[in-house]
Each structure stands twice: as C-alpha cells, then as structure tokens.
Design a protein around this ligand. Structure first.
Ligand code: NAD
Length: 353
C-alpha cells in the first residue's frame, strides 16, 4: 500500500437495485428539473420513451440520435432539440454513447445529467467528456459533466447479448486494472478497484451461461459501478491510451478493443507494478493475471486479436507513433520497439508475453 496519497471523493449519488428504474422521476424532482430531455441511441428509443413516461410532466421530450464517440453534428442536433423543447436537464439512458451525448450537453449548455446505464462501460461515474470532430476525438475533464445522479437498474442489462456482456465487462475490468497502478492511486480506490474486478470476474462466466440471470446481472453491474468510479478517480495509463488511438483514429469497436488489448498491457506492466499484479492475482486466482485474463476471454468466446476487429498490421507504426506522441503515466515506460512487439501480439491474437 502507498503511504502517501491524495483522495478526493467525486460528488456522486447512486440509486441501485433491480426494478429501480422508476426512481428516475424522484431523482429529477430532487434536482429540481421540470423539463428533462431524455437521450438515447436509436436502438434504445423505446426505453427512452418509457423513461419519458416515468418522468411524466418533468419530461421535455426524447432525442434518440446518440452515436458512438459523440460526433459533433449529433451534439449540434441534440442542443437544437434541447433549446427548442426548453430542456433544463438531461436523462441519458443507455451505454457510453448516450451518456457521452448527455455530457456534451452538460459541457456546452450546463444541463445537469441523470444517467441510467445499460452497459458496463462506466462513463456515468467520470467527469471525462469526449467529442469527435472530422474523425478526431478530443477528451477532457470537467466536473460539470459528472452526472448528478445515477440509477443502476440491473433489469435493464438483462437484454445485453453474451458477447457484449463479456467485452463490456472487460472494458470495466480495464479501468480497475489501470487504477491499481495509477500514479494517483489511494487506498480506498485500490479497495474499490479490487472489489469491482472481483465482482466482474465472478459474474462474467455466468452471464454467458445464463444472460438473464438476475443475481449475476446485479453483481456485474455492481462491479461496473466500482470500476467506473475508479476510472473517474485516477489517471489511466498505456492501456487506455492504446484503446483511445485504436478507437478514435482507426474506428475499432470500443469494448472489443479493450478486451483484446488488456492482457497484453498487463503482461507488459506486470513486473513494474507488483502491487497491482498481486491484487489481480488474488482476483483471478493465478500468479499470472495477464494470461489468466487472456484465457478467460478465449473461454468466454470474446475476440482476442486486433486483426479480427479489422485492423491491418500495416497500421502498427502509425499507432505506435500516436501513442508515443504525448507523454502519459505508465509503470514501465513504453518504447517504440516494445509497443510494436505488444501490438504485433495483440494483432495476431497470440498469448500475452
Ligand atoms: P454503446 O453505448 O455504444 O453501446 C454499445 C452497443 O450496445 C450499442 O449498440 C447499444 O445499442 C447496445 N446496448 C447498450 N445497452 C444494451 C442493453 N442493455 N441491451 C442490449 N443492447 C444494449 O457503447 P458502450 O460500450 O457502452 O460505451 C462506449 C462509448 O463510451 C465510447 O464512445 C467510449 O469512448 C465511451 N466511454 C466514455 C467514458 C468516459 O469516462 N467518458 C468511459 C467509458 C466509455
């Protein structure tokens, strides 16, 4: 354990429980919202309409046009809808894409956000925003975009297909894994990261066997909450940097990229981050957590190669140069040859080394 640290709690209010979706109306009342715009992706329009129904006269309308990585034309359309409908707040229903759009409305127009997550991505717990303009994704931190309240209803995740449950779960695990060696780790965050990772590792196999198992869904969403909270509380390292480039510049799918890359980065950092490796070893019941995670991904049918996600091997030098272009924290300083090697393994889907 580190004997020197700074810990700053994020102001977060969480309502958790199966069947708790209707609590969204109480949360809107507590925040004094009288005209909330409900935002979702097109696939979640029905759920968004249900939330608008639950909000009753506190709903201004529904904008079901959210897209992955928050493209600025979509933000412009949502801002126009919010202004036209006189919205004084926003309720985001869905995964990181819907929540990302609500954060953009908070950033641009100061609309307070209530989040109702339906995946394990964890954006609802962070003050991090992202905007994609002309194919370039910018991110930043602003306390204004942190949702004021989050309603976690595991029933909303019963429909997540097994493949997405696994990759979204690995996305959450990545937050815990990198928090455990973050430069700004504190003891309380370490506890949350280990507990969050354990909850996910225990529930993911069950979600593949029985995707609609309520206790497993509840445990996985609990884990995702903790993993999201540690993402919001710490600085991420090489893994998130690589995924940012692979998703932002090469347009690879977010959760799948996290799943493929994580074991390779953990293997790369293992010796330089002994406390984090020990914590993950406890969670995974193996002295080699990187290989244990890679084995788990394969056993659960998740993708294990960047080639299978559509990346061409010829892109590796460009990824390496983008990743090394800006300095960032990492327990083992990355070099171009090391990163080329790591990405080659991840590209081919060979075991982490
Ligand atoms: P997403 O919101 O695009 O959802 C992925 C897919 O799952 C979509 O097709 C969606 O319709 C479907 N889906 C969502 N919930 C479902 C459910 N319950 N049942 C069935 N299908 C469902 O993606 P995501 O993985 O949740 O989030 C990824 C995005 O979030 C990326 O843009 C990423 O950069 C961002 N993100 C941001 C932060 C942050 O702190 N700012 C953190 C994590 C992720």
């Amino acid at each position: 354990m580190r004997d020197e640290f700074v810990y700053e709690a994020q102001p977060m209010r969480v309502v958790f429980g199966a069947g708790r979706l209707p609590a969204v109306a109480d949360e809107a009342r507590r925040l004094g919202l009288s005209r909330a715009l409900v935002v979702s992706t097109p696939g979640h329009e029905k759920l968004a309409l249900r939330v608008a129904d639950l909000l009753g006269e506190r709903a201004a309308g529904v904008f079901a046009g959210a897209r992955m990585h928050v493209p600025t034309p979509i933000v412009a359309a949502a801002r126009e809808a919010a202004a036209r409908l006189g919205a004084d707040g926003c309720v985001a229903v869905g995964g990181g894409s819907a929540i990302g759009l609500a954060k953009a409305l908070a950033l641009r127009d100061g609309l307070p956000v209530i989040a109702v997550p339906t995946t394990y991505a964890g954006s609802e717990m962070t003050p991090v925003w992202g905007l994609t303009e002309d194919g370039v994704k910018r991110t930043g931190r602003d306390p204004a975009v942190l949702p004021r309240a989050v309603v976690y209803d595991p029933d909303l995740t019963l429909t997540l297909p097994p493949a997405l449950s696994v990759t979204s779960g690995f996305n959450a695990l990545a937050h815990a894994a990198e928090a455990l060696y973050a430069p700004d780790l504190s003891p309380i965050v370490a506890l949350m990261a280990e507990a969050g990772a354990r909850a996910l590792i225990e529930s993911l196999p069950r979600l593949v066997e029985a995707p609609a198992d309520p206790p497993a869904r509840s445990r996985a969403l609990y884990g995702a909450w903790l993993c999201g909270a540690v993402l919001g509380a710490t600085t991420m390292s090489l893994h998130h940097k690589l995924c940012h480039v692979l998703g932002g510049t090469f347009d690879l799918p977010h959760a799948e990229v996290h799943t493929v890359v994580l074991p390779h980065v953990l293997a790369y950092n293992a010796a330089a981050a002994p406390d984090a490796t020990a914590a993950l070893s406890r969670v995974l019941g193996s002295p080699d957590p990187a290989t244990a995670l890679w084995d788990l991904a394969r056993a659960l049918g998740a993708p294990t190669s960047l080639a299978s996600l559509g990346l061409r091997e010829s892109a590796i030098p460009e990824i390496v140069s983008q990743v090394l272009a800006t300095p960032y924290a990492n327990p083992r300083p990355p070099t171009a040859p090391d990163l080329t090697d790591l990405l080659t393994h991840a590209h081919q889907g060979t075991a982490p080394a």
